[in-house]
Design a protein around this ligand. Structure first.
Ligand SMILES: [Zn+2]
Length: 61
């Protein structure tokens, strides 16, 4: 199981590394402020049955 993943900030285009917490649920969604430009992104993390991770982000507004 991977323990971190990354997404591309919708606002500044930077790749942001995020830690993963598989114990928090198979599908997680939360808002995180970009550490580079402080733009809030809605992060969706989905864990597959084989341990694969899918991360997607979208702008909150
Ligand atoms: Zn950003």
């Amino acid at each position: 199981m991977e323990e971190e993943a990354s997404y591309i900030c919708d606002s500044c285009g930077e790749e942001i590394i995020i830690p993963l917490d598989p114990s928090a649920g198979r599908r997680q969604q939360y808002t995180e402020d970009c550490p580079v430009c402080c733009h809030p992104n809605v992060i969706t993390v989905e864990f597959g049955r084989k341990g694969q991770v899918r991360v997607s982000s979208e702008s909150e507004y």
